[in-house]
Design a protein around this ligand. Structure first.
Ligand code: HEM
Length: 127
């Protein structure tokens, strides 16, 4: 398994993360469970924040923390109910994005493992 710090460079850097996150938000925009959670009508700023966060996590530029500070992602999700339905909707959108991002099998498996773990850890409601 790749060290997450090398992942960004190995998979092709910025254009790959751009494609991944824009495909994810294309699905969110059409999702009846997720879309109502977003406080802003324009999903653009949320897309930029998720892209910066993922780039940083996977060894790319640290712009997320420069602009947003410590991620504290669980805390930042507290205003939104994230139960099993929201988690599964998020993963459904992310599955499509990951499958279409052009990763080789090993990198796809690695980032998918992370997404399923991260989505479960963001849950803050049992229903
Ligand atoms: C922000 C929903 C999981 C990363 C948000 C926002 C919503 C949301 C509604 C606010 C949009 C905004 O930034 O304006 C959800 C739901 C999830 C989920 C329903 C279901 C499990 C995740 C996961 C990650 C993540 C697994 C990371 C791998 C982020 C980031 C932000 C964010 C980085 C922006 C935080 C900030 O800097 O303010 N999410 N999220 N989310 N989410 Fe999630």
């Amino acid at each position: 398994m790749t060290d997450p710090q090398n992942f960004y460079a190995e998979v092709g850097g910025a254009p790959v993360f751009e494609k991944l996150v824009s495909r994810f938000y294309q699905e969110v925009a059409a999702d009846d469970v997720l879309l109502p959670l977003y406080p802003e009508k324009d999903l653009g700023p949320a897309e930029v924040r998720l892209r910066m966060f993922l780039e940083q996590y996977w060894g790319g530029p640290r712009t997320y923390s420069e602009q947003r500070g410590h991620p504290r992602l669980r805390m930042r999700h507290n205003p939104f109910k994230v139960g099993p339905i929201e988690r599964d909707a998020w993963l459904r959108c992310m599955r499509i994005a990951v499958d279409e991002a052009g990763f080789d099998d090993a990198h796809r498996e690695q980032i998918w493992q992370y997404m399923t773990y991260a989505a479960a850890s963001m849950q803050n409601s049992d229903f």
